[in-house]
Design a protein around this ligand. Sequence first.
Ligand SMILES: Cc1ncc(COP(=O)(O)O)c(C=O)c1O
Length: 418
Amino acid sequence: MSRLDAIRAAEAKLLLSTYDRNPILFVGGEGVHLVDENGDRYLDLLSGIGVNALGYRHPAIEEALVRQGRTLIHTSNLYFHEGQAELALRLTERSGLARAFFANTGTEAWEGAMKFARAHAGLLRSEGKQIGTKFLALEHSFHGRTFGSVSTTHKAKYREPFAPVVSGVDFVLFDDVTDLRAKFSNEICAILVEAIQGEGGIRPLSQEFLAEARKLADSTGALLIIDEIQAGLGRTGKWFAYQYYDIQPDITTVAKPLAGGIPLGAVLCTEEVARAIHPGMHGTTFGGGPLACAVAIAVIDTIEKDQLLNNATQVGNYFMDGLRTLAKRHEAITEVRGKGLMLAAELDSADLAKKVVAEMLKRHILINCTSDTVLRFLPPYILTRAHVDTALKALDEILTEHVGTAHSAAAAGGIKHG
Ligand SMILES: Cc1ncc(COP(=O)(O)O)c(C=O)c1O
């Protein structure tokens, strides 16, 4: 029995079956590549679902891990350590927000954001304002799996098995300003959005929608909360995706790439929101520990030093152009979306999308499919044009083989791969 088969058999017996894993056993990685048990390399265009922004075995992460691992790993939040304020400074400077709370994961950061919104509304009520406790979230949204987060996550299949979820959440049609206006009232304590939806299929909100959400929230004292857990911290070519809209949220949440694979999330908020939070109201044993903070500082400093926002923009644009060229050649690609290195090609069938992901895997290229029909690309920020060429060539071959080329004029011109 191979090592992989032995592990599969053991997991089948011992783990809850929450995942339908791909049959690969990864044992290492280097740069943008993962390495399996046979020593085969895979080009990773998913980076652990948007986590490994610096790829694998990045020296800055290794150095921070070893240094901090030898010094102090955990103290609890009952005492000071050197990392939290240093990391909070980096995050507040870049986000334009004033204060940070550290959690461990994305969903936990989002729970914090929801609780802070309720607490803030409570404070406003105590000051005589008329504001309720309800939330408006968006169609196609994904905010995580814990109870508050899953209540604001749109897909019924994530919520229904666990019903009743947290009440008081209404969903607005995606990017529909009229529906937003109709559903907003002073019953709402916060409007919850991703500037670019991730799991929902890499869907950017329009300027008009986000501006209207900001305006409506301002009209009652409700909060605009933008979830940047997937889009934030440089993936789109800016530190925060909302910066493309020039619109400031009252709260934002970050996690995935924050500490280079060590679990860490953060809620960032304004001074106005912070007024509502006092010692003992919220907390965590592990969140913002010395190890995670040290690595996060190294990640942020490396993104800055190596100009990886610029790389995400440049290589992302190149990738996007390549996908658009492919879309001209292959009718099966119905839309190409995204920003920087948060990209998607939507296909005209879920079966085809599944097939393409499987065929890419056979060619040792990792991507995934979200929202059934959307091929998603969330590569490390260190990706180069040569890696993009490899991916585009494979996609072109797979689509040609499994669907054929539809647009003969474009096909005659061929597609350039380099
Ligand atoms: C936008 C967004 N919010 C929240 C989450 C939940 O994060 P986590 O899986 O770390 O709990 C995710 C995860 O995919 C996400 O993409």
